[in-house]
Design a protein around this ligand. Sequence first.
Ligand SMILES: [Zn+2]
Length: 313
Amino acid sequence: MNSLLGSVLVALLGFMVACQNAGGDVPGTESLAQRAERPSFRAAEAFAHLERQVAFGPRVPGTAGHGAQLEWMRQFLDERADTVIEQPFTHRTAAGDVLRMTNVFARFRPEATRRILLLAHWDTRPAADQDPDPANRRLPVPGANDGASGVAVLLELADMFARQLPPIGVDILLTDGEDYGPDTEDMFLGARYFAANLPGGYRPLYGVLLDMVANRNPRFPIEGYSNRYAPDVARRVWEVARQLGYADVFPAQVGPTVQDDHVPLNQAGIRTINIIDMEYPYWHTVRDVPENTSPETLRIVGEVVAELVYRGG
Ligand SMILES: [Zn+2]
């Protein structure tokens, strides 16, 4: 290009950036250049968190693995967050069993009024009822993807937040009893309890749920309830993914509608989207193991969420 045309273009680009800055409070109008520098998401560490959880054994309420994981998460977050609140609760199942469960709520910059909520379930399903082999259907799900993956990303993000404080407040909620089942009356237990017992005046800008975020061939279309309850939040998240170069993994089209922990939160007025991959071939089977998950997928999801946080929500 010739230099005159070049300087006109530079001036024009400068004008466009100025216009975008003026609209900086409107979601989706910031330029990439505006964002604060932030650490990269460490996929190897996140994958180690995933493997660690699976090594505890199934994290079914009442089991040794469940207790060991709670202790580990508590210690991990105590060392990194400003505040860690445990929320114990009990639930009587349709079968008459009483489950003792605990949500873990870790806060960064608890004084900030502008904040977002990140959540994932930490329990695993007691029975692999989707396993192709009927003999396996009474066995517990190892939960590498369904349980450990979301927690792995959020714990690694907690470490990032401790190293470089985000520009907004962030809360990490690890819910218990999401996947107990077999039916929905005995599912989403921790999210329901949290939604019914919100901290006084708790009003995050929005919530982001991570569930099954480690498939080797990931695909995260916009989940149906997310699109219904929080379409602007979904647009924001999927646009950030596109800007980071992940439009193929985060296609901006509506996919399956999935009952999950974001539903009780949306019903309680916290607009929450769900990043979930329902095409995972080992969902609710005994083959939901680390070998069938990928650190690269954890990295992509971790990068998208980190980008949202360090852009200020
Ligand atoms: Zn599940």
